[in-house]
Ligand binder design. Structure first.
Ligand SMILES: Cc1cc2nc3c(=O)[nH]c(=O)nc-3n(C[C@H](O)[C@H](O)[C@H](O)COP(=O)(O)OP(=O)(O)OC[C@H]3O[C@@H](n4cnc5c(N)ncnc54)[C@H](O)[C@@H]3O)c2cc1C
Length: 324
């Protein structure tokens, strides 16, 4: 079976992988070979369904809890299973209690346990929450490695328009570019930055709670840290605003003052595609299966949703083969 996958972000690559594993002949088309239009390139890469449950439906936990296993199967060695640490400044301790009451899969840590887990922030927070089953990955490494692995396995990557009639099916994974064409799809702007400092080391994502701007810091290794991310109901995709930059930097500084002397390596802003319930959908539309609406759960939910999209492709084309 020949399948055209439109879009080479995390959704498109996960779908291409699922189809390739079922022996489909897959072509991935994306006008940008450098991930330059992909929200996926800006992601934190947290596979954190228990933390996300604080504001997300049960379905996100149910569909996301084996995400680390799925990524590990796709790309052995790329998943760091170090859990997530959640802390709050002394004045925001009520936020930590609230977070704890809205989530499961965690345990409370006192100051000493916190220090043992992340020595760099020892003494800065009196208590914290640890989510041991959570994991993270480096989205840029994962996107590049997955594309290379698929290309090496015979998946065709192109930026040239493809004649649809040469394919048995099409899967549309074009993310936020479908806003205005997919009913109910909207954009949630996420701004982030990369900081570099050799002054501290973290092993796992650390979430810093705040009533207005909860922020996380994800270590990438080699002194590089991703700090994210704003959640703004707008489709404006221009550069990071001064306000967001200040807020993200403030939060990083609250986590550790060494961030004050870090260099700002990169800033970015991406649009997360979302449906009203903030849960992704896999649907069959006129001439394509559409996977979209991954919201802030692209890496968390893409593997499970990609399997669903591949099911839809194979069920339709299997039925078609029997009818003809
Ligand atoms: C700052 C930030 C932090 C995030 N952190 C996390 C996180 O920690 N964990 C997590 O799970 N998720 C996270 N997310 C969410 C995640 O990044 C998104 O859910 C995910 O990237 C959406 O993937 P996608 O493949 O649907 O879209 P995209 O990554 O945007 O990819 C769409 C692709 O389609 C291409 N395209 C557009 N039009 C066409 C066309 N006509 N034909 C062919 N191709 C086309 C584009 O060039 C692009 O490459 C974060 C998002 C942001 C912005």
């Amino acid at each position: 079976m020949r399948v055209l996958v439109k879009g080479g972000g995390v959704a498109g690559l996960a779908v291409a992988h699922a189809l390739h594993m079922r022996a489909a002949a897959v072509t991935v088309i994306d006008p940008r070979a450098d991930f330059g239009q992909a929200a996926s390139w800006l992601a934190g890469g947290m596979l954190a369904p228990w933390c996300e449950r604080e504001s997300a439906d049960e379905a996100v936990l149910r569909r996301g809890e084996d995400a680390a296993d799925r990524w590990e199967a796709m790309l052995p060695g790329e998943v760091a299973r170090q859990g997530t640490l959640v802390v709050a400044p002394a004045r925001d301790q009520s936020e930590l209690k609230r977070f704890s009451s809205r989530t499961t899969g965690h345990r409370w840590l006192g100051e000493d346990e916190l220090a043992a887990l992340e020595p760099a922030i020892a003494g800065r927070f009196g208590q914290g929450l640890f989510f041991p089953r959570e994991a993270h990955l480096d989205p840029r490494r994962v996107l590049t490695s997955l594309r290379d692995k698929l290309a090496g396995g015979g998946v065709n990557f192109t930026s040239e328009p493809q004649p649809k009639e040469t394919f048995d099916d099409v899967v549309d994974c074009t993310g936020a570019s479908r806003i205005g064409r997919s009913r109910d799809l909207r954009g949630i702007r996420g701004e982030m930055l990369y900081l570099r400092t050799d002054e501290l080391q973290l092993t796992r994502p650390v979430r810093l709670l705040h009533p207005r701007i909860p922020v996380y810091v994800v270590p990438r290794g080699g002194g590089l840290f991703m700090v994210g991310a704003t959640m703004i109901e707008t489709e404006f995709d221009g550069p990071i605003t001064a306000r967001s930059l200040m807020e993200l930097l403030n939060a990083a500084y609250t986590l550790h003052p060494a961030f004050a002397d870090a260099t700002v390596v990169e800033t970015g802003a991406g649009i997360r595609p979302a449906f009203p319930d903030n849960f992704p959908r896999v649907t069959r539309e006129a001439h394509a299966v559409v996977l979209n609406g991954l919201y802030r759960h692209g890496f968390l939910l893409a593997p499970a949703m990609a399997a669903e999209a591949a099911d839809l492709v194979f069920s339709r084309n299997f039925e078609g083969a029997h009818a003809s």
